[in-house]
Design a protein around this ligand. Structure first.
Ligand SMILES: Cc1cc2nc3c(=O)[nH]c(=O)nc-3n(C[C@H](O)[C@H](O)[C@H](O)COP(=O)(O)O)c2cc1C
Length: 171
C-alpha cells in the first residue's frame, strides 16, 4: 500500500481570523493535517523552527515578511533526512505573504522528490493557494503534482469532509 507523508507547519497563538485577532490553541493547518492522516493514513511530520516567531500577530507578520524578502532558511528543531519510504507527500502550511512560511522550504530543499507525488494544502485568510503550488514545483524536482486545496483558516475545524474527499482523490 502506498505510504503517505504529511509534512506541515502550523503556528499556535495569535492569528487573524475573519477580521479579528484570536488566540489559537491549535493551529489551523495542524487541524487539516490531522484530517489528512485520518482520511488516508500515513506519518505526520511537523516543521518547527529553533527560534519561535512572535506570539503577537502583527510582530509575526513583520518577522515573516523580512524572512521572505531575505529568502531566509530558518533552522529547524529536527529534520527529515529522506522520504524514501513514502510515495505521496502532502505539504501543508499557512499562507504567509502569499506562500508557505520559509521554514517549509528549509525542509523541502533537503529532500529528493524524484518519483514522488506531491500535493499542496494551504490554510489562508483570503489568498487561497497563493503561489505555493508554483513554489513547490520549483523545489520538488522530479515529482508529479496533484491538485492543491485551499482551506479558509477560520473554517479549518469544519473542513474535515472537504479535506477527506480531496486527500482520498489525491493518492
Ligand atoms: C505571518 C503571517 C502572514 C500571513 N499572510 C497571509 C497572506 O498573505 N494571505 C492570507 O490569506 N492569510 C495570511 N495569513 C493568515 C494565515 O494564513 C491563516 O490564519 C492560516 O490559517 C494560519 O494557519 P496556522 O494556524 O496553521 O498557522 C498570515 C498569517 C500570519 C501569521
Amino acid at each position: 500500500m502506498a505510504q503517505n507523508l504529511i509534512i506541515y507547519y502550523s503556528r499556535k497563538g495569535e492569528n487573524y481570523v475573519n477580521g479579528k485577532i484570536v488566540d489559537l490553541k491549535k493551529g489551523n493547518t495542524e487541524i487539516c493535517a490531522e484530517f489528512i492522516q485520518k482520511a488516508v493514513g500515513g506519518d505526520l511530520f511537523e516543521i518547527e523552527t529553533v527560534d519561535d516567531y512572535s506570539k503577537d500577530y502583527n510582530k509575526c507578520t513583520e518577522e515573516a515578511k523580512k524572512e521572505l524578502n531575505e529568502n531566509a532558511r530558518p533552522e529547524l528543531k529536527k529534520y527529515l533526512d529522506n522520504i524514501d519510504l513514502y510515495e505521496n507527500i502532502f505539504v501543508c502550511g499557512p499562507c504567509w505573504w502569499g506562500t508557505y512560511p520559509v521554514a517549509v522550504f528549509t525542509q523541502l530543499e533537503k529532500l529528493d522528490f524524484s518519483g514522488k507525488k506531491v500535493m499542496a494544502l494551504m490554510t489562508h485568510e483570503g489568498s487561497g493557494l497563493g503561489s505555493c503550488e508554483r513554489d513547490l514545483k520549483k523545489i520538488c524536482k522530479g515529482a508529479s503534482f496533484g491538485t492543491g486545496i485551499a482551506i479558509h483558516g477560520a473554517d479549518a475545524a469544519q473542513s474535515e469532509k472537504a479535506v477527506t474527499e480531496w486527500a482520498k482523490k489525491s493518492i
